[in-house]
Design a protein around this ligand. Structure first.
Ligand code: ADP
Length: 631
């Protein structure tokens, strides 16, 4: 493999880092920032005084890059090179290069705000502008002042406006690593296709028949569409005349793919074979897939957007920004001259696309982040005046404060309460943490831990429960006492309890259409949450994590009470004449139970009068997800 561009800058990087506490490094995706920078610093002695931390906004990237670096250094993953993502820590005492998600680093700063274990902190992929990276940027600004002589901070980005970050860090130096990108020919459609899936399929097949060798990277908006396109491509490629084209391998690539499937994209195509990689925007910058010569860009991305005045998330397929379109195109020019097929007219690119992507901090609920920041006890910390690279709206910060106040985690002066401090220790959203603490008081912690663990593992759990889809959940053929009328939480609890009763048998999972890996992960998450509860609930609280399992109606009732306390702002009452509900916590909205819920939406008479829900999500209509009956 050709030498990665960043390696030619080793001396310059080391010299600049030596002389400056903060350095911004801009380099084309694939130039080697994620895999090489940590090794360069390691070679030059920076692991003698501490660990090198490299943050990634995505879990997949943290795992994949750590695995790659361990391989390059010829060490076992988890020893000198390790990773830590939520609920999964593969590091040891030997670890000196640690890849971790930005969220995990934020959490670590709770137990030691000075992060003294680290000699270097690299905030990687800053251009993604994830919520946690943005918060870390603000915290790093304080930290470098506190640890001036013994901490180096590097901020890397593929596209970031380097000047802006440099200004944020008192005009720190910017190093640019020029990538060697081959020219990419951009081809536009004359008009927007009616179905971008069909149009992607047709374009992919045209490439396969007409164009010389080279892999094809296709950007789709989500897992469902990826699966559909993979299926269609498989069918259609098989039907092509063998003499007219080469063999094909079709590979999906998205965040919830099992690790063994993810690594397949890193093995090159065999001779005379073309790979089609059908990916979410994870392949835009987070993971570099080699061998791509053709890119098909729909111009869309799926994005969650929070509205602080209604408390609703919308899950929208939105247009990408110009920066994203150019990143996608760039993926085609890493090995040789490439082509990018944009499934939209050039006028749409020029006139409709935003120049840059809206940072996540400006489209997320901030309750969790505000609780962390407050729990750090930083001097003169006024959240409304926190130094953000791009501040969120005042409305959104006030919404976060209101939510936190309603669940007792801050007091009327905005100070963190004892409960709030405990909540911040749990790696869960504030409402779920509050539920666990309340459950402990009510004697149903064991049940609440199970529910929290089941919810945290949800993406890998049940086939019909992928986020945001409106598929009806498959009825699980379990022999359960009928708790489904109480809603999703009790159902999840009963599934886990049934599995427990058969001694966590993996056959049982398969028989019941549950992923074994997902269930094992749930078990592990439950254990971890239970350990954290043991730690934080010392004192007057009594932790009952190992109570005997039983189908106790009283426990279910208490669990529902605990949920009402945790989700005090997320209640809804039945509207008899509207076949739906009206929210109570926020400005009243007409909403419905999400079709993925076990609450029987089709049998009106059985719907409870009051419910508590986890989130409101607008897809075709506003829906409540994860719904529990109150009465
Ligand atoms: P950047 O961070 O600048 O985008 P990376 O360091 O991620 O660049 O990638 C550099 C090279 O390492 C690329 O050619 C990429 O394909 C390869 N690479 C990265 N991760 C892996 C992995 N898990 N397995 C195999 N190759 C990888």
């Amino acid at each position: 493999m050709a030498v990665l561009p960043i390696l030619q800058f080793e001396e310059k990087i080391i010299e600049t880092v030596k002389q400056n506490p903060v350095v911004v490094i801009i380099g084309e995706t694939g130039s080697g920032k994620s895999t090489q920078l940590s090794q360069i610093l390691h070679r030059n002695g920076y692991t003698k005084s501490g660990i090198i931390a490299v943050t990634q906004p995505r879990r997949v990237a943290a795992v994949s890059v750590a695995r790659r670096v361990a391989h390059e250094l010829g060490v076992q993953l988890g020893e000198e090179v390790g990773y830590a993502i939520r609920f999964e820590d593969r590091t040891s005492e030997k670890t000196c290069i640690k890849y971790l998600t930005d969220g995990v680093l934020l959490r670590e700063s709770l137990s030691g705000p000075e992060l003294n274990q680290y000699s270097v902190i690299i905030l990687d992929e800053a251009h993604e502008r994830s919520l946690n990276t943005d918060i870390l940027l603000g915290l790093m600004k304080r930290l470098v002042k506190m640890r001036l002589s013994n901490l180096k901070v590097l901020i890397t980005s593929a596209t970031l406006d380097g000047e802006k970050v440099s200004r944020f860090f008192s005009n720190c130096p910017i190093l640019t690593v020029p990538g060697k990108l081959f020219p990419v020919e951009i081809l536009y459609c004359s008009e927007r296709p009616t179905s971008y899936l069909e149009s992607s399929l047709k374009t992919a097949l045209d490439i396969h028949v007409r164009e010389p060798e080279g892999d094809v990277l296709i950007f789709m908006t989500g897992q469902d569409d990826i699966e559909k396109l993979v299926r269609k491509l498989e069918e259609r490629v098989q039907g092509l005349d063998e003499g007219s084209c080469m063999d094909a391998i079709i590979l999906p690539l998205h965040g919830s793919l099992p690790p063994e499937m993810q690594v397949r994209v890193f093995s090159p195509a065999p001779p005379n074979c073309r790979r089609f990689i059908v990916a979410t925007n994870i392949a835009e910058t987070s993971l570099t897939v080699d061998g791509v010569v053709y890119v098909i860009d729909s111009g869309y991305v799926k994005q969650r957007q929070y509205n602080p005045s209604t408390g609703m998330y919308s899950l929208d397929v939105v247009q990408i920004s110009k920066v994203q379109a150019n990143q996608r195109a760039g993926r085609a020019g890493r090995t040789c001259r490439g082509k990018c097929y944009r499934l939209y007219p050039s006028i749409v690119y020029h006139d409709d696309f935003l120049d840059v992507t809206v940072p996540e901090i400006q489209r997320s609920s901030l309750a969790g982040s505000v609780l962390y920041l407050k729990s750090l006890d930083l001097p003169d910390m006024d959240i409304l005046k926190f130094d953000f690279l791009d501040p969120p709206s005042r409305e959104s910060l006030e919404d976060a404060l209101k939510q936190l106040y309603l669940i007792d985690s801050i007091d009327e002066n905005g100070l963190v309460t004892q409960i709030g401090r405990k909540m911040a220790e749990l790696p869960l959203e504030p409402s779920l943490s509050r539920t666990l603490l309340e459950a402990n008081e009510l004697g149903c912690l064991s049940e609440a831990l199970t529910v929290a663990a089941m919810l945290s593992a949800e993406t890998t759990l049940l086939p019909g429960r992928s986020k945001g889809t409106e598929k009806k959940r498959k009825p699980t053929p379990l022999d359960l006492p009928d708790g489904s009328g109480w809603g999703d939480h009790i159902q999840l609890l009963q599934i886990y309890e049934s599995w427990h009763r058969v001694d966590y048998d993996s056959r049982w999972c398969k028989d019941n259409d549950l992923q074994v890996r997902g269930m094992m992960f749930t078990k592990d998450v439950r254990k971890q949450l239970s350990q954290i509860m043991q730690k934080i609930a010392k004192g007057p609280m009594e932790v009952q994590t190992n109570k005997r399992w039983k189908d106790d109606q009283q426990d279910y009732k208490n669990l529902r009470r605990a949920l009402c306390v945790g989700y005090a702002n997320q209640l809804a009452e039945r509207m008899i004449h509207h076949n739906g509900y009206r929210t109570i916590g926020y400005k009243p909205q007409l909403v419905q139970v999400h079709p993925s819920s076990v609450l029987r939406t089709d049998e009106d008479g059985l719907l409870p009068n009051y419910v508590v829900y986890h989130e409101l999500i607008v897809t075709s209509r506003p829906f409540m997800r994860n719904v529990c009956a109150i009465e």
